[in-house]
Design a protein around this ligand. Sequence first.
Ligand code: FEO
Length: 413
Amino acid sequence: MEGLLVEYMHCSRLISKDIFWVGANDRRLRLFENLFPLDLSYRASGVSYNSYLVVDTKTALLDTVDSAVSSQFLENVEHVLGQRSLDYLIINHLEPDHASCIKAVVERYPKVTLVGNAKTQQILSQFFSFAQPVSTLLVKEGQELELGTHCLSFIMAPMVHWPEVMVTYDKASATLFSADAFGTFGALSGHLFADEYDIQADWLNEYRRYYANIVGKYGIPVQTLLKKAANLKINTICPLHGPIWRKDLGFLLDLYGKWSSYTPETKGVLVAYSSIYGHTANAAEILTAQLVDLKVPELAVYDTSSTDVSVLVAEAFRLSHFAFLAPTYNAGLFPAMEQLLNHLQGHHWQNRTGIIVQNGSWAPAANAAMEQLLGKMKNLNILGKASILSAPNPQSALDFGNLAQRLAESLSQ
Ligand code: FEO
């Protein structure tokens, strides 16, 4: 009985020959980065922190986990290593959700060599000081590290999501350890592999929300990484968050191609409105009804005050067109709409077409504020705008009909 208990003091999993998942899940964290809600999806709430261990002639751990789940992680590493020592800790990404256990690993395995690039070394010294000198190996683009059967090569991926980011490729297993790329919010429900889940039904929204909000700003660096990855034979993608991909990699790569080039996934309209007493909400409903009559393919309607902005950003990445409706507030723009547009600008959202509608009872100023914010973004085409005074009236309905017609025509092109 005692032996059985010891045997199961871990949740590590074999991925492929010599390669183990030694990560952990966190279902208690409410806000990722103290910003993004993790309880929006019934099936994929929480987050996983993936760490991988290659056990060959030499042993190599790829990244660590957040300090909140350090116990499970260290138990997993200890279980998989058994009596072996740890030779290398590959630091693909230094953000604390993956790096906060580096010190604990060094303390347990003091002979370990930390592997990273020059930028890794700089940021590592900003986060950590070690009681004893720690062995380090600085690597450059394409450099290889022989482990025995497995040979790791390092591919720099700066700004996917931080400047020190690199990804690691194992030729023997054709595995890409992809750091934040190809990750998602959502804890793993036991199964490790994407093909063990209904990704489209249960995970896709969270993949998109993660991409748009965490990596969305860095479209060009992601494209650079995709080009480098295209030169590799890849059987398995091991990201730092979410399921591991061993089948249907084209599905994920196609999404990344679209998201990183700010290309809409779907023809349709994001109708996002802010409303104080319901009149601008009513305007949004009238406009939406007209769009339905014009057989617009897809509509997604949200109140900016009751929807987390990370969801709105993800929907803006998904859809081709927008309709933003907002009241005037403090002689400017209602804060929830201002927040949305600031987030979209921060994430380099671009290449979209839409309309704007303002409300104001005595000095409407929301359209000018929205135009100014949208004007800071690349290739944002405003097809038309309308203004309502306090509440929609028959003239508003005509104005919205005009805007709806322009949106429908643009969507049909
Ligand atoms: Fe999951 Fe950029 O850290």
